[in-house]
Ligand binder design. Structure first.
Ligand code: IMP
Length: 177
């Protein structure tokens, strides 16, 4: 990848909007009346989480957790750290984790294992984008937005070295000619 990669649209903002509506319908159907705890994984999930939650018109709680595994580069280091932890009690709650992308699966597996130890009543995973070709550990995704190819994906909250989060579409980074 050159120093100036260029984003190319993979899923347009309209496609993203339709997908978020579809996911919200499924989540509403499954969690209505349960007062779930939605845990967004920072930073990449912030835009997805904000749009999703606005479509969930029933009582729920919102939390964020921040993990670090990439250290500013593009390859997962496999070493995951909790940079900002949870304040809410997880025991006995219906927990839904909201993640931007599952790549190797190492980050989300680490988080789900940590949460499972806290004995939630239920634990499910909602993911905006899935890159199954790079998986190193199996991950069950309960609510999935898009499957993406083995390319670096940015936009709609996803970054490349803190760039491109602001893009309203989900894009692939390509080398500039
Ligand atoms: P994993 O542990 O390899 O599954 O990586 C998960 C984390 O790596 C995600 O939460 C993202 O922060 C980051 N990541 C992996 N692939 C991409 C990508 O294509 N674009 C942006 N971030 C990515």
């Amino acid at each position: 990848m050159s120093a100036q990669p260029k984003p190319r649209i993979l899923f347009s903002r309209d496609e993203v909007e339709d997908k978020v509506k579809k996911l919200a319908t499924e989540i509403r159907r499954d969690y209505l009346g349960k007062r779930p705890l939605l845990i967004g994984v920072l930073k990449g999930s912030f835009m997805f989480m904000a749009d999703l939650i606005r479509l969930l018109d029933f009582p729920l709680e919102v939390e964020f957790i921040r993990l670090s595994s990439y250290g500013g580069g593009r390859e997962s280091s496999g070493k995951i750290e909790v940079v900002q932890g949870l304040r809410s009690v997880v025991k006995g709650r219906d927990v839904l984790v909201i993640e931007d992308i599952v790549d190797t699966g190492l980050t989300i597996s680490f988080l789900l294992d940590c949460l499972r130890k806290k004995e939630p009543a239920s634990l499910k995973l909602c993911v905006l984008t899935d890159k199954p070709s790079r998986r190193q550990t199996p991950v069950t995704i309960d609510y999935l937005g898009f499957t993406v190819p083995d390319k670096f994906v940015v936009g709609y909250g996803l970054d490349w070295d803190e760039q491109f989060r602001y893009l309203p579409d989900i894009c692939i980074l390509e080398e500039e000619d």
